[in-house]
Write a protein that binds this ligand. Structure first.
Ligand code: NAD
Length: 484
């Protein structure tokens, strides 16, 4: 909570409407209330948290945690610890996931009440630049106002899964989107994942651990296109190997041409880069080919705002929307990268701007984590980005096979990569692949945000034996002073 009581008293009475209660919207509403604004939070769902909590980040991490346990138990056999094959009680696992969501939703509900943030369960559209019209959700109880007037509004409407023509989950019960897969309806014997990006690989990892034979098709030439291939390599090797967590097949430069239902699922026609087509049968097909900002049907024409060709809303560095002094947009609807923590940070910026504080969205590093096994995480500029921007960089890689802790963990399939601006020795970016990379990237983000030099990482004493030492060791490698 804010301790800035002078700003609290100043804001009293000024009305802030927040549209969307995901990781952009609810922090915006809570912070605005802490600043003393009169806040209304509008979302069609009965619970707060948006896609991230209800059918995204949190349930997927709950299942990925179990997947990791299963894979580690299987891998322990090679070290002399044998477990029997796990028995998956899918009903209990589903219930466990539901309870995780419920617990966190409950925390948000009490945070909202404590701050006296008003709540409308419905869909909001602009009728003009000071008024929202509200369409109540069917499950909304009590009186829902038809209109809401505001002094400031923050749009945080998020994004939705892109569908492919003829493969709409709404039309085929054997076709899933990520939300369907997270609801754990069953564990299919065979699962085709269309799209080798974040969601496809995370959900493929879950279902492979639960016992499905997972095939992934990716239309480009690499998994996680756009991410440094050196970081992706350990993941690809594991997925294509034959150990715990491996996929049945990874098909690159491959497209799904069409699908026909058969008795137990779908017969899918797959075309490779040479145009060769083949048919394969899968019990379920999960589509994860990207997300699109939710910028349709918001009444934007009433406020003279037009999304760009990808659907993103135009915002400035304080996240003011379309040149309006009192309107803001944050999170997935306002641009890439579509990451919950970026939305939360933008929420802070927008509310500070409303409160008249000097502020801007200007991070040196937005960390990103793909929660596969091994995980892939990065912060700051990757090598190619830096070179494209004309920054003179050189890199150092510390392979985890040289890390005492990684060897002890029997997880040497990782690396820590440092991208350093050569003349200044400033750390521009850090990439980490390996089990636990997602937790290690916090230090990287702090170092980059603080303007650390490679020396700062090299001279900071890191506890032994930990994987965090690999950041220090990568820095020492950069100077050529690594003591092994
Ligand atoms: P993505 O953009 O990460 O990956 C989609 C993939 O599908 C790409 O590799 C693309 O080349 C491929 N593709 C597109 N059309 C295809 C086709 N017809 N056939 C085969 N492959 C095709 O998208 P996503 O995985 O759906 O995730 C959406 C967004 O959600 C991401 O941009 C990410 O920011 C966010 N997200 C983040 C996390 C996380 O932080 N861990 C997890 C899940 C999602």
């Amino acid at each position: 909570m804010s301790s800035d009581s002078s700003s609290s008293s100043q804001q009293n009475g000024s009305r802030v409407a927040v549209i969307g209660a995901g990781p952009g919207g609810y922090p915006a509403a809570f912070l605005a209330a802490d600043y003393g604004f009169d806040v209304t939070l509008i979302d069609p769902r009965p619970e707060l948290g948006g896609v991230c909590l209800q059918e995204g980040c949190i349930p997927s991490k709950t299942l990925l945690h179990q997947a990791r346990l299963i894979n580690e138990a299987r891998a322990a056999e090679a070290c002399g610890v044998r477990f029997t094959e796990p028995k998956i009680d899918i009903d209990q696992l589903r219930e466990h996931t539901r309870l995780v969501i419920e617990r966190l939703s409950g925390g948000l509900a009490s945070g909202r009440k404590r701050r006296k943030v008003k709540r409308i369960q419905g869909r909001a559209r602009f009728s003009d630049a000071r008024t929202l019209s509200i369409e109540p959700s069917e499950s909304a109880g009590g009186e829902v106002p038809e209109e809401l007037e505001f002094d400031h509004a923050i749009l945080a409407t998020g994004s939705s899964a892109v569908t492919l023509p003829g493969m709409d989950p709404e039309e085929h019960s054997a076709v899933w989107d990520a939300a369907d897969a997270l609801a754990l309806p069953e564990i299919p014997r065979t699962l085709l994942v269309v799209g080798g990006g974040y969601i496809g690989l995370e959900m493929g990892t879950v279902y492979a651990a639960l016992g499905a034979r997972v095939t992934v098709v990716e239309m480009t030439g690499s998994l996680l296109p756009g991410i440094d291939p050196e970081l992706v390599k350990p993941l690809r090797e594991r997925l294509e190997g034959d150990g715990p967590g491996a996929f049945e097949e990874v098909l690159l430069r491959t497209r799904v041409e069409g699908m026909e239902p058969y008795a137990h699922g779908l017969e899918v026609s797959l075309a490779d880069a040479d145009g060769e087509t083949r048919s394969r049968r899968f019990e379920k097909v999960m589509i994860a080919v990207g997300r699109r900002p939710n910028s349709d049907d918001l009444g934007l024409e009433k406020i003279d705002v037009e999304p760009d060709e990808d659907g993103f809303l135009p915002v400035d560095e304080q996240r003011r929307l379309g040149g309006h002094e009192h309107l803001f947009a944050i999170g997935d609807v306002a641009g890439e990268p579509m990451l919950a923590h970026r939305a939360t940070h933008e929420a802070r910026v927008a509310v500070e701007a409303i409160a008249g504080k000097p502020t801007a969205f200007d991070p040196a590093a937005v960390p990103a984590v793909v929660f596969t096994d091994p995980e892939i995480a990065w912060a700051g500029l990757m090598e190619d980005d830096a070179r494209e921007r004309g920054i003179e960089v050189s890199t150092a890689i510390f392979p985890w096979k040289a890390s005492g802790r990684a060897v002890a963990n029997d997880r040497v399939d990782g690396l820590t990569k440092l991208i350093v601006e050569s003349p200044t020795e400033r750390v521009m970016g850090i990439g980490i692949a390996g089990a636990g990379a997602g937790e290690l990237i916090g230090e990287a983000a702090l170092a980059i945000e603080m303007g650390a030099l490679a020396k700062d990482l090299a001279r900071t004493i890191h506890a032994h034996p930990t994987l965090s030492e690999t950041l220090m060791q990568a820095a020492d490698s950069w100077y050529g002073t690594l003591v092994e």
